[in-house]
Ligand binder design. Structure first.
Ligand SMILES: [Zn+2]
Length: 499
């Protein structure tokens, strides 16, 4: 679709909020043979293991024409790296007056030490001064690992008389005053994670309570940053838990209504978390309202669904006590999980699959402005069309894709039904697109609903334990209609009861 090519008009405040959370200026300090040092600054933008976040960051960098490397490391800590000085200066002016944190780190790059960066050789005293200023700039944050050079390292090693060293003043770049909602949306997109909070609860019949949580955490930031976000929460009368410190934002929205209230404000402005938030607003939060989690089956299904959404925001946390497998074991008999061997689990699912599944999410018309809409074409190539069911039926001339039967009334008018592989209703949250649809006769429609049919994704062959007429055959598909693999997988994994 050509819309994929259209550029996004990135709102500078949004980018400032996003980069205030995902961006860090790092300094690569190397020792030279003659007791000198070189310092090379670079900007790192970390998508925090979230592909959509990487897509948005990458899109922005491309649009600005910046030169960057995307560094992938085996343990999943990938990041964009920018080193070209003109790019950092351009970014600084783009964010000017909008950033509440990163702008100060960027200003440091072309500030007091600018002449000494890159290939100048600094003596130990200068490097000592530099590291002291750098640490002050970072508000207590320091990178993990052995590559971090601290002021103490330098002074110990070279006997620097630290009392005699005057440390330079930090750049007094203007941070933004207050906030805009766009900036807040950028911050939210940068660090918010969704997850289900689960606790034993004796006053619940099933013994466990579950709440949706949206949590923001970013440490080592300017107090301005923390205060601006807090001010937003107060101004919009949100209910939130606050464990923030002066240089540390820790805000938690707990429960369906409180998560919904912040999303009411931010949802149309989100890019990174648009898909995940949509899954919440359209499927998961209503399911909580309906108390779906009050019985075991509903609880289990909702948790699995929530995990998929959480994955899009950087993941449900690994190594947690209450994951779906825990409840699958605990409630094995009641849940009626047909398989007695492995329980379907999302924990081993590759991120690509998760994105794939969210291809299918439908957006209510007008829910998004044009800007996110255009970005969304990267992951959501589907446009809404009210006639698609009718067109799909006519594409197959009302013939069942499973058995080829064409039911017709006396005047020859065909009759068929459309099945959604991933059901539309909560907690499934499937979408009303042809990739999620099959044209079926009424009998086979019922069989799909009851989960007694499986369609193999690779060759579309069909398993049907009691209908030998279709068992082993292939699902019929026209060239103009391609059921999404992810929808078929969803059916096989979640609806299908054959093992
Ligand atoms: Zn049929």
């Amino acid at each position: 679709m050509s819309a994929e090519e259209a550029p996004i008009d990135f709102d500078p405040s949004y980018v400032a909020g996003l980069f205030d959370t995902v961006g860090r200026v790092r300094f690569d300090i190397s020792e030279t043979p003659q007791d000198g040092y070189t310092v090379r600054p670079m900007l790192r933008l970390s998508p925090h293991q979230t592909q959509l976040r990487a897509a948005v960051i990458g899109e922005f960098l491309e649009e600005r024409g910046y030169r960057y490397d995307f560094i992938e490391r085996e343990y999943g800590d990938e990041f964009f790296r920018l080193q070209r000085r003109t790019d950092l200066e351009d970014l600084q002016s783009f964010l000017d007056g909008r950033s509440a944190h990163l702008i100060r780190e960027l200003a440091f790059v072309d500030g007091v030490f600018a002449d000494q960066f890159d290939f100048d050789i600094l003596d130990p005293v200068d490097v000592y001064r530099f590291t002291v200023a750098r640490d002050e700039l970072r508000h207590g944050w320091r990178p993990k690992g052995r590559y971090h050079v601290s002021p103490d390292d330098i002074s110990d090693r070279h006997d620097v008389e630290t009392d005699d060293v005057e440390t330079p003043a930090l750049p007094h770049t203007e941070l933004r005053t207050g906030y805009t909602v766009e900036w807040i949306a950028g911050v939210y997109d940068g660090v918010c994670r969704y997850r289900a909070s689960i606790a034993e609860a004796s006053d619940y019949e099933i013994g466990y309570a579950m709440y949706p949580i949206a949590r923001l955490h970013r440490s080592g930031v300017c107090p301005t940053f923390v205060n601006a976000f807090r001010q937003f929460c107060e101004d919009y009368d949100l209910t939130y838990g606050d464990s923030s410190g002066k240089n540390d934002l820790q805000i938690t929205f707990t429960g369906a209504s409180n998560v919904r209230r912040i999303l009411d404000v931010l949802y149309p402005r989100l890019l990174v978390l648009a898909e995940a938030s949509e899954g919440l607003v359209e499927g998961i939060l209503p399911a909580f309202d309906e108390n779906v989690h009050r019985d075991k089956r509903g609880f289990y299904d909702l948790l699995r669904e929530f995990d998929r959404v959480a994955e899009l925001s950087g993941g449900p946390f690994r190594h947690r006590e209450y994951d779906p497998e825990y409840f699958a074991d605990l409630w094995r008999d009641e849940l009626d999980l047909v398989d007695r061997g492995t329980v379907p689990s999302h924990s081993g699912t590759r991120p690509e699959d998760e994105l794939d599944q969210f291809d299918e999410v439908t957006v209510p018309p007008g829910a998004f402005g044009t800007t996110p809409r255009r970005f969304r074409t990267l992951v959501d190539r589907v446009e809404r069309d009210p006639d698609r069911v009718a067109r799909l039926k006519s594409l197959y001339d009302d013939r069942c894709q499973l058995c080829g039967t064409r039911l017709a009334s006396s005047d020859g008018t065909g009759y068929s039904e459309v099945h959604h592989l991933r059901p539309l209703e909560a907690p499934h949250g499937g979408s009303d697109v042809t990739e999620n649809m099959l044209v079926l006769c009424p009998n086979h429609h019922v069989d799909f609903d009851n989960g007694v049919v499986r369609v193999h994704v690779d060759d579309l062959s069909v398993d049907h334990p009691y209908d030998s007429a279709v068992d082993g055959d292939e699902l019929f598909v026209t060239a103009e209609h391609e059921p999404a693999e992810s929808a078929l997988r969803y059916h096989n994994r979640t609806i299908c009861r054959l093992r």
